[in-house]
Ligand binder design. Structure first.
Ligand code: KIV
Ligand code: ZN
Length: 539
């Protein structure tokens, strides 16, 4: 059934969250955030991390180098970088990945007639020459070379065979077949991959070449297409956490992995993924990119394991297999009924966090403990979901150029929503401002804007409660963009039992990310000291 052309049945998981995923509108990540995500991907057990596109900018290069050095250890994943099929990109890519124990250069060229005609202006013959030169150079630099014929889904299949054969002849060790525009259907894709494997000289059984699939989700078929590729013999899947990526996104890692994991007899393949790390990876990526996960998203959505209908609840209570094809625990969702309360001490908290996979000690533990105590006072019982949100709020934050000192709001039917914000800059100076808004959150954001002066448009704001009940923690995700640059947006996350405070934290996180990338100079506060902060103009 598997159609395997390999002796082993291992499907290698190539995660491109930090490259294709970061190309999602608004998913800009700092170098430190990329490193932390890479560490989580390593814990998740991905085989290859595509750490970035080193030639894109000096910052991208530096981030890839850091990941190569710190995560690309001998027992860690392969660290890959992307390069266009041009000498400069390939050499820069090598600079990025060469310090990893297992480096890979991934180079690509559009091969469909549409891409040749409108993008590169190359003839097929010229394209073959470019591929020859670039793959040969990549292989001179690095033993592990991946080649992708971009827009393979719309490339003439006979030309694709020629391209793949040439890439292998020049030293490519992995042939990645991308459906760049999410155009193909599962049946077509399976047939294409099977034909390529059967017909490409030098790349069949025993050749050592790994066939890979890279699918986009424009028609919502990315997971189905990827699995069709696996059935046809692909032994590498290119995926992202939460399926983030260009336009409608890439294939989601968690969907492909859990399909393989849940239906082993059908797929007859395996992955190296530790599925219990999936939820943590999902949360981390969502918090850092500010891209919230839709509640009904398979595997990682808030409702993925929620049973609403009475008949379903009844069944699950009698035996979870009645309506659950996988357990929440298998993807790292705790179902623990053990709750902590205001009498729980530091040891109990530390032990519970450890069970949840967080080894937190020293100052960091003190910080979480203080937050935990406040929450336990307000809420009586603190669940695992609350703890996860607290951890995200405390630690999944960008470096703070401005930090929130205090926020105070008055609102209701009796007056105008008014907020007073006190912020601190990196030099320790404090600024206070008050503003009126359409509602309490708007008032807070206006007061903050008056201090920070980083013009932006709020393009997304969402709030949801971590657990049930009126005293639940609220989680807020926001995305902001510099005016007129909606594609270049920055996300932020905040959690608090007061949703206005959570909203402010999320906004501050997004602002700090934006300021870090756009530069600090122009955004410096104009020096309104606390004493002059509250002006008649602002209230
Ligand atoms: O979608 C695509 O074609 C890509 C390539 C660079 C592999 O991301
Ligand atoms: Zn892609």
């Amino acid at each position: 059934m598997s159609g395997s052309i390999y002796d082993d049945n291992l499907v290698r998981v190539f995660d491109t969250t930090l490259r294709d995923g970061e190309q999602s509108p608004g998913a800009t990540l700092s170098s430190a955030e990329k490193l932390e995500i890479a560490r989580q991907l390593a814990r998740l057990g991905v085989d290859i991390i595509e750490a970035g596109f080193p030639a894109a900018s000096p910052d991208d290069l530096a981030a890839v180098q850091r990941i190569a050095r710190e995560v690309g250890t001998p027992d860690g994943p392969v660290i890959a970088g992307l390069a266009r099929a041009v000498e400069g990109d390939i050499r820069t890519c090598w600079e990025g990945v060469k310090d990893a124990a297992k480096p890979r250069i991934h180079t690509f060229l559009g091969t469909s007639d549409i891409h040749l005609k409108y993008q590169t202006g190359l003839t097929r013959q010229q394209a073959l020459e470019v591929i020859r030169k670039s793959v040969t150079l990549a292989r001179e630099l690095c033993e592990d070379v991946e080649f992708s014929p971009m827009d393979a889904g719309r490339t003439d299949p006979a030309f694709l065979v020629e391209v793949c054969a040439l890439a292998v002849e020049c030293g490519a060790t992995t042939l990645n077949i991308p459906d760049t525009v999410g155009y193909v259907t599962p049946q077509e894709w399976g047939e294409l991959i099977a034909n390529l494997i059967a017909e490409t000289p030098g790349a069949g059984r025993g050749s050592g070449v790994i066939w890979s699939v890279h699918c986009h989700n424009d028609l919502g078929l990315a997971t189905a297409n990827t699995l069709a590729g696996v059935m046809a013999g692909a032994r590498q899947v290119e995926v992202t956490i939460n399926g983030i990526g260009e336009r409608a996104g890439n294939t989601s890692l968690e969907e492909v992995v859990m399909a393989i994991h849940t239906r082993p007899q059908f797929y007859d393949v395996r992955t190296n993924i530790n599925t219990r790390e999936i939820m943590k990876a999902s949360r981390l990526v969502s918090n850092y990119t500010g891209m919230s996960v839709q509640p009904n998203k398979a595997i990682v959505g808030a409702n993925a394991f929620a049973h609403e209908a009475g008949i379903h609840q009844d069944g699950v209570l009698k035996n979870s297999s009645t309506y659950e094809i996988m357990t929440p625990e298998s993807v790292g969702l705790s179902q623990s009924r053990l709750v902590l309360g205001k009498h729980s001490g530091r040891h109990a908290l530390k032990a519970r966090l450890k069970e949840l996979g967080y080894n937190i000690e020293g100052d960091a533990l003190n910080q979480v403990f203080a937050r935990f105590k406040d929450l336990a006072d307000a809420k009586k019982t603190v669940t695992d979901a609350d703890l996860e949100a607290l951890i995200a709020d405390e630690f999944h934050r960008p470096e703070e150029i401005f930090s929130l000192v205090d926020i105070q709001v008055t609102c209701g039917t009796m007056g105008m929503p008014t907020a007073t914000a006190k912020l601190r800059n990196a030099e320790g100076e404090e600024f206070v401002y008050a503003a009126v808004g359409a509602g309490p959150v708007d008032a807070c954001y206006k007061a903050i804007d008056a201090i920070i002066k980083a013009p932006n448009t709020l393009i997304e704001y969402s709030v949801h409660s971590v657990t049930e009940g009126i005293d639940a923690l609220g989680e807020v995700t926001v995305r902001i963009a510099p005016p007129g640059e909606e594609r270049r947006s920055f996300g932020g996350y905040g959690a608090d039992s007061d949703i206005v405070v959570a909203s402010v934290k999320a906004y501050m996180a997004a602002l700090n990310r934006m300021i870090a990338v756009l530069g600090y100079g122009e955004l410096k506060p104009e020096g309104e000291a606390a004493t002059v902060a509250v002006t008649s103009a602002s209230v």
